[in-house]
Design a protein around this ligand. Structure first.
Ligand SMILES: NC(=O)c1ccc[n+]([C@@H]2O[C@H](COP(=O)([O-])OP(=O)(O)OC[C@H]3O[C@@H](n4cnc5c(N)ncnc54)[C@H](OP(=O)(O)O)[C@@H]3O)[C@@H](O)[C@H]2O)c1
Length: 136
């Protein structure tokens, strides 16, 4: 079965900025997690969401690289390496421990992990042989 794609019908284009998309929207009381929210598209997303009133938790594999977020109100940075299951668990447990609902999850870097045999493999203490990658 195929379904023809339809335009979303928004006034925005590929040239629209995050500020334009959020113009007039009050995100006070909204909790957001942005993975990779300290650089590139993620940084712009984090900045615009926080400016609109959201509380943003940025998942970052090396929080030392999050200097661009220093002093940005309503933004906190927490360690998260998407290729390390233990790091993902720790990030999730920390967030759950805060007892805040999560309203929006924005995954800037995409990652995939596949079990494999007979191919070059990456291993971690908590996972079987896999090939892993994070898309940037
Ligand atoms: N820029 C564009 O024009 C464009 C266009 C279409 C699609 N995209 C897609 O949008 C996404 C972001 O693009 P970008 O230009 O903003 O890239 P970017 O500046 O390279 O940002 C990628 C982010 O992902 C983080 N990251 C990478 N591996 C990670 C891991 N294992 N665990 C946690 N975080 C990890 C990086 O953190 P570190 O600081 O630790 O490296 C960095 O913050 C990518 O998936 C890209 O393919 C971008």
């Amino acid at each position: 079965m195929t379904t023809k794609q339809q335009p979303l019908g928004t006034p925005f284009t590929a040239a629209s900025t995050a500020d334009e998309v959020l113009d007039g929207i009050d995100l006070s009381g909204t909790n957001v997690v942005v993975t990779g929210g300290h650089t590139g598209l993620g940084l712009e997303t984090t900045r615009a969401l926080a400016e609109a009133g959201a509380s943003v938790t940025v998942g970052c594999r090396n929080p030392d690289r999050a200097a661009a977020l220093a002093g940005v109100e309503r933004v906190e940075v927490a360690g998260l390496d998407l290729l390390d299951p233990a790091s993902i668990d720790a990030f999730a447990h920390r967030y759950l421990g805060s007892r805040r609902p999560l309203h929006i999850l924005i995954n800037t870097p995409g990652s995939w992990r596949a079990r494999c045999s007979g191919t070059p493999a990456a291993t971690s203490p908590s996972s079987p042989p896999t090939t892993s990658a994070t898309s940037n």
